[in-house]
Unconditional design. Sequence first.
Length: 421
Amino acid sequence: MSGHRKNSSDIHTPDLTSYPPSPSPSSYSSNSSSSKSSSSRNRVKGAARSVAGVFVSCFTPPEEDAHHNSSSAYGGSDAFTSSSDISGASDSTEGRRRGTARGIYATRNDSTHMKEPGSTIFTLAEIQTATKNFSPAFKVGQGGFGTVYKGQLQDGTLVAVKRAKKSMYDKNLGREFLSEVQALSKVEHLNLVKCYGYLQQGDERIIVVEYVANGTLREHLDCFNGNVLSLASRLDIAIDVAHAITYLHTYTDHPIIHRDIKSSNILLTEKLRAKVADFGFARLAADVESGQTHVSTQVKGTAGYLDPEYLKTYQLTEKSDVYSFGILLVELVTGRRPVESKRELDERVTARWAMKKFRDGQAITVLDPKLQESDANGPVLENILELALLCVNGSRKNRPTMRRCVEVLWNIRKEYKDLLA
Ligand SMILES: Nc1ncnc2c1ncn2[C@@H]1O[C@H](COP(=O)(O)OP(=O)(O)OP(=O)(O)O)[C@@H](O)[C@H]1O
């Protein structure tokens, strides 16, 4: 989690309704870099970023913004007709494991442990033990929020310990940190990185989450381990992510808008199942259902994935996540980052470039060159781009819901399997 601050007026927002707008990534004026894990990769960065209202500059070109107009081929129906369970009861084994991990802490009754399920407070001693006193050998990453360590709880559960850097400590972080972490630690879904608990002591702010061992989606698209993600895997990942976001949006008590859907926030398991991470920006959207959209005072998210309507109006709805998801779909099939400013002008904004090719009947030319063209890949690619086009519609009312995305993706996967059979 990290932040890069820009006023919305600083952020270049191509007008999607006047397609094709000319890309001008250079209009992202503020640049600073953010290091990441030890095998640090360049990342899509920019725009307003924060954790709990605290902004940290971490903008790293050349990957910036992409916006597109689109038309509906799926009819924009929000109907969700399948009876299959997408609301995401967690995997039972994992649930048990989590229960065990939490139980250790939840049963204690001292002042440093929470009583409420799902919002465990850890002690510094516990976290120090888990991470061998924040040993550099246990460091697995670095984000805008701070340093991430791998740790092991007393019961053997592997966790990622996210320790906020000093610059994150202010009263905003204190207040929002607690409310957000407590709320989010109650959210449980197979495709969401589980929040086990936190620590707020002195000027330490630490979040303890489920450890996901196999790197980020972005790393896999970059073939960091030498293996190419197949199109089938990419489709499964898209479905996993869509399930997770649908769950957040339909979360019974308090719908949640993630606000920072992007490939580097998708962690993969050994079996290449996706888990959506990083709720640093997540906003409980209890008022969305009643038609009252949340009006932000600060734009939060990552350039390249940001809903242009949110940038214009400051009004946050679930459809902002749908927009980001559309950009992610394009990223999945092309392998490219949302903005690649070293490319030719007409290819810099990946979604715009891909959609133009799609409209010109040349969709196959945008397929990730690491994937082989085949009789099955072509139609799948087109179907995914067609959905992406809907998701990135400039007008949020024309975008499908995440439920609808799940349904469409299921159909695409079914067709793909039929083609491969
Ligand atoms: N739950 C986790 N399990 C395993 N590794 C993790 C986990 N969370 C984070 N990491 C590793 O730590 C790195 C930094 O994560 P972090 O969430 O702090 O920042 P980020 O999401 O990459 O960047 P930012 O939030 O600034 O956009 C990740 O890229 C990943 O390699």
